[in-house]
Design a binder for this molecule. Structure first.
Ligand code: UD1
Ligand code: UDP
Length: 360
């Protein structure tokens, strides 16, 4: 019997790893779930364990409000004794928790498995891009969501141990879609299907730049006015803090804007499914809106989800109001017929089967 140690710590890791953790729990190996504590608010963390019916972590670490370098250093320190007993360390995605787990596994001489390997924005100013590249370089098992991701890895000379398995975002979504349909979020927010847009915006490079944050918020007010859409904005705590700090809080109260606290997963799926448009700088929302055939406008200059652009589900609009308005016009009339590039929702079991073979 082998020992698997899975390390997670943020909202998207909890959501997308829930199906993988459950599949790994089903193996005959010992499986320890470690939470770094990178996200810690009820609505950024615990709510997802409840919504996803995910067991509590075996090991809960604490990070609260650490700067990025200490998020990595402290996670590695705190998780060291658990990871030292592992036969495989599993991490997901591109966060500071991901990098900490991957480096820790590598320094301990343990094989590392990376879920969502190989995606690239080719923008090294993003902390996530550095986290992804470094994690992939030290991983033995690389679970790539698409052939594009596999090709990105090959271009960096990473060829062994790569498995294209789809993205567990689809597993999570399919497991919870029926429950999401019972969400009362539309009623609670007095929203009509197709008459609102969903906005999420939290990337460090976007919200720490006052001009970008301001222009995006101004664009949303303009979209609400021009298209008669309510813009529902579940606001990330980082964004809320920065809007206050930059004196932009009045833009959050513009007519047509509905700013709400971060939502649980089921409410979010129900909002996305019924939206006319999604505006976002989130990776997960680009994928989920694509699955729902809801057009997406990505408020960035690049994306590590190019599949969504190629099929017309998504367009890049940056943070300039004229481009955002133009992209919204285009996407509002988009033919919603694209295929889903992220797999059939069996990523969790496929990963577990490969891990089983690996551990023998
Ligand atoms: C992190 C990830 C990002 C991911 C996002 C998911 C990195 C480099 N970035 O960004 O890739 O898209 O998580 O949401 O790891 N905060 C709270 N409560 C919380 C969590 C955060 O108040 O529960 C506030 C704190 O002020 C914190 C700030 O948000 O300092 C940023 O949090 P952090 O986890 O460092 O980065 P995210 O922006 O969440
Ligand atoms: N999400 C959520 N409530 C919110 C915002 C996001 O449940 O208020 C979910 C969303 O459906 C997706 C995931 O969180 O599954 C995306 O996480 P996030 O945008 O924080 O990170 P990213 O995907 O950019 O790494």
């Amino acid at each position: 019997m082998g020992r698997i140690v899975t390390i997670i710590g943020t909202r998207p890791e909890i959501i997308k790893m829930a199906p993988v953790v459950k599949a790994l729990d089903g193996l005959r190996h010992e499986h320890t779930l470690v939470h770094s504590g990178q996200h810690y608010d009820l609505m950024m963390d615990r709510v997802f364990f409840k919504d996803m019916a995910l067991r509590a972590p075996d090991v809960q670490l604490e990070l609260k409000e650490q700067p990025p370098h200490l998020q990595v250093a402290r996670t590695a320190m705190q998780a060291a004794s658990v990871a030292a007993k592992a036969d495989l360390v599993v991490v997901h995605g591109d966060t500071n928790t991901t990098l900490a787990g991957a480096l820790l596994g590598n320094k301990l001489g343990k094989p590392v498995a990376h879920v969502e390997a190989g995606i690239r924005s080719f923008d090294r100013t993003m902390p996530e891009e550095i986290n992804r590249i470094l994690t992939d370089q030290v991983s033995r098992l690389l679970f790539a969501p698409t052939e594009t991701a596999r090709a990105n890895l090959a271009a960096e000379n990473v060829r062994d141990g790569v498995h294209v398995v789809g993205n567990s975002v689809i597993d999570a979504l399919l497991h919870h879609l029926e429950a999401a349909k019972s969400s009362k979020v539309l009623k609670r927010l007095r929203l009509e299907p197709g008459r609102f847009a969903v906005l999420t915006f939290h990337r460090a490079e976007n919200v720490h730049a006052a001009d970008r944050l301001k222009r995006v918020l101004q664009s949303m007010g303009a979209i609400a006015a021009r298209h008669g859409l309510t813009v529902v904005f579940p606001i990330h705590p980082r964004t809320e803090k920065m809007a206050k700090q930059f004196g932009l809080s009045s833009l959050l109260k513009a007519p047509g804007m509905k700013v709400i606290p971060p939502t649980g997963y089921l409410d979010m799926l129900e909002l996305e499914r019924n939206a006319a448009l999604v505006f976002t700088d989130s990776g997960g929302l680009q994928e989920e809106s694509c699955y729902f055939h809801v057009p997406c406008v990505t408020l960035r200059e690049n994306t590590e989800r190019p599949e969504t652009l190629q099929i017309g589900a998504n367009v890049l609009a940056g943070t300039d109001p004229p481009r955002i308005l133009e992209a919204a016009e285009k996407q509002l009339v988009a033919k919603r017929e694209w295929p889903n590039p992220y797999g059939d929702g069996t990523t969790g079991p496929r990963i577990a089967a490969i891990v089983e073979r690996f551990l023998g």
